[in-house]
Design a protein around this ligand. Structure first.
Ligand code: PLP
Length: 356
């Protein structure tokens, strides 16, 4: 049976990415070797790294003066690497969920952290507004898309200090004005590649201003100087990332992708709002295009397990909500076809006609 993959991460990738990765595992670039067993210094792999960086820059229209890095360690290592590299005395953070909290915890090891606002009072179901960013902070950190709670900041905010963003789960889902950011980073396993590679877009002139000693591998400058080849990079995930970037380019780039993402999200949110069995968990103006969270309406609570079984029997995978929200979460990343959302919507309607 065809599976409809709604996992939050690792998550659905384009068939193009998976097919080309499978081929390269058998025979990489006509070398007669697998990509799994070839030197990262081979000219074939160096070409993969170079093309991945240049397509990354092209698709996101990254201006001059920025570097694109592919490193290991996940977004979670970036939580520490950012303050290590750019925090002198004080930083500011917006607390919009579990990932933001983890980032805040790491920053506290390096100095004063001003949490300018938090939505924890309502289990992170909205994006705080009307706060002030302290102008004496070395940077201000946001999580643009909250994978667990399903809220998203979809505009590139004006910020009086260097802006740093965790875009793990919404990179390439919409055009971004990179010039407004000092650092954008994320684990690639949500919308780009298999787990194992972390992307970092860093504005070169933000670096070199802290006094502390930075371990070589945790210093952005190391990876800039060696073009992500200081040590062995995660070769296979970088290869797969390149395939996804090519797929994005062949499918109209990020603007076209955003249009499709809006269509998919509208379809599902409209059904959540219409169907009397279900209710969305997030403030409407802050709803994520990537992770759509909903629960059973109070009077139908006991049907939750049954709907889960019902959807699973129809080939839907990964729609169980995160334990801190409950209910359901449908992740609708770039590679998810609209047809999969239609199958979910049809299942919700059929379930309503059976139970409503
Ligand atoms: C998944 C996720 C992370 C954690 O990424 P790792 O690569 O597993 O460290 C951090 N931030 C956000 C927004 C995420 O969705």
């Amino acid at each position: 049976m065809k599976k409809h993959n709604f996992y939050a991460g690792p998550s659905i990738l384009p068939e193009y990415t998976i097919e080309n990765t499978a081929k390269a595992i058998k025979d990489f670039a006509g070398t007669g070797l697998s990509i799994l067993e070839i030197s990262h210094r081979s000219k074939q792999f160096v070409a993969v790294m170079d093309e991945a960086v240049s397509l990354f820059k092209e698709l996101l229209k990254i201006p001059e003066g920025y570097s694109v890095l592919f490193v290991g360690g996940g977004a979670s290592t970036q939580f520490a690497m950012i303050p290590f590299n750019i925090m002198k005395k004080k930083s500011a953070y917006l607390n919009t969920g579990a990932w933001a909290k983890k980032a805040i915890k790491e920053a506290k090891a390096f100095g004063e952290v001003d949490v300018v606002a938090s939505s924890e009072d309502k289990n992170f179901n909205y994006i705080p507004k009307g706060y002030t960013i302290p102008t004496d902070a070395d940077y201000y950190h946001i999580t643009t898309n909250n994978t667990i709670y399903g809220t998203e900041i979809r505009e590139d905010i004006d910020c009086p200090v260097p802006l740093v963003a965790d875009m793990s789960s919404d990179i390439f889902s919409r055009p971004v004005d990179v010039s407004k950011y000092a650092i954008i980073y994320g684990g690639a396993q949500k919308n780009l590649a298999p787990a194992g590679v972390t992307f970092v877009i860093v504005k070169n002139d933000i670096l070199g201003k802290v006094d502390r000693a930075i371990p070589t591998m945790l210093n952005y400058q190391t990876h800039i100087d060696k073009e992500s080849m200081f040590n062995t990079p995660p070769c296979l995930p970088v290869f797969s990332a390149l395939q996804t970037l090519k797929w994005l380019k062949n499918n109209g780039g990020i603007t076209a992708m955003e249009q499709k993402n809006i269509e998919k999200a509208d379809l599902l949110y409209n059904e959540i709002d219409r169907n009397k069995l279900f209710v969305g968990t997030v403030a409407k103006e802050d709803r994520s295009l990537m992770n759509i969270c909903f629960v059973m309406n109070e009077e139908y609570k006991e049907l939750e397990g049954e709907f889960f079984e019902f959807a699973t029997a129809k080939g839907m995978v990964g729609i169980k909500g995160h334990r801190s929200v409950g209910g359901f979460r449908a992740s609708t990343y770039n590679a998810l076809p609209k047809a999969s959302v239609e199958v979910l919507v049809a299942a919700m309607q059929e379930f309503e006609s059976m139970k409503g």
